[in-house]
Design a protein around this ligand. Structure first.
Ligand SMILES: CC(C)(COP(=O)(O)OP(=O)(O)OC[C@H]1O[C@@H](n2cnc3c(N)ncnc32)[C@H](O)[C@@H]1OP(=O)(O)O)[C@@H](O)C(=O)NCCC(=O)NCCS
Length: 175
């Protein structure tokens, strides 16, 4: 009986700690992805409607010295969640932004802009003269986003995408 009461008290204390923790503001961290993050990144890409990459492809990018996979994580004392990421490849003084996504729940809060700012910093480190990307012509939200952070439309690849069929808008940010 006394033991039961003690257990009950312990549980209540743990619950109180959880509850207090859940009321604390989460901190954010922008960091390199690790192998342990790849599954989460893959499912975030799927939720965001990006082209589906295999875990093997993400792992190859992670291991390549001229690629960056960086993510934003919200950390609270009770859990950490990845809310956005980008994948950037540097090649011959040009960089290609291959993937960028923010979880739908966390959009329009400046996280995309923060990720792009970080990616641009990486381009500068590699002495890239420009950053390029391709985006679905029907993805007007993303096109507006890229315009808002300084990218310009450079061209159109007709019929570039499948499932569903779409043209690719080429965008470029020159440094
Ligand atoms: C594109 C994406 C990464 C933007 O992320 P985000 O965190 O919502 O962007 P931000 O909050 O930093 O937005 C910065 C500015 O971009 C513009 N913008 C962002 N999303 C927009 C949208 N859907 N429509 C119009 N403008 C938009 C706005 O000017 C915005 O500033 P404001 O909110 O003060 O008006 C996000 O919508 C996403 O993950 N989309 C799905 C995946 C995708 O399309 N990726 C790109 C494929 S190449």
């Amino acid at each position: 009986m006394r033991l039961d009461r003690k257990r009950k008290t312990q549980k209540t204390t743990e619950e109180q700690a959880d509850s207090a923790a859940s009321h604390m503001e989460p901190s954010t961290q922008l960091r390199d992805a690790s192998t342990a993050d790849l599954e989460v990144i893959r499912s975030l890409g799927k939720i965001a409607g990006l082209a589906q990459w295999s875990l093997k492809s993400y792992r190859q990018e992670l291991e390549a010295i001229d690629s960056d996979i960086r993510l934003i994580e919200l950390n609270s004392p009770i859990r950490s969640i990845v809310i956005g990421f980008y994948l950037l490849r540097h090649l011959n003084l040009e960089s290609a932004l291959l993937q960028l996504a923010v979880h739908p729940v966390h959009r329009r809060q400046g996280w995309g802009r923060k990720l792009i700012g970080d990616a641009v910093g990486s381009c500068h480190k590699y002495r890239s003269v420009a950053c390029e990307l391709e985006v679905r012509a029907r993805n007007q939200g993303a096109i507006e986003f890229y315009r808002s952070v300084g990218f310009c439309r450079e061209g159109l690849r007709v019929g570039y995408y499948r499932n569903p069929a779409d043209d690719a808008v080429l965008m470029r940010l020159a440094f």
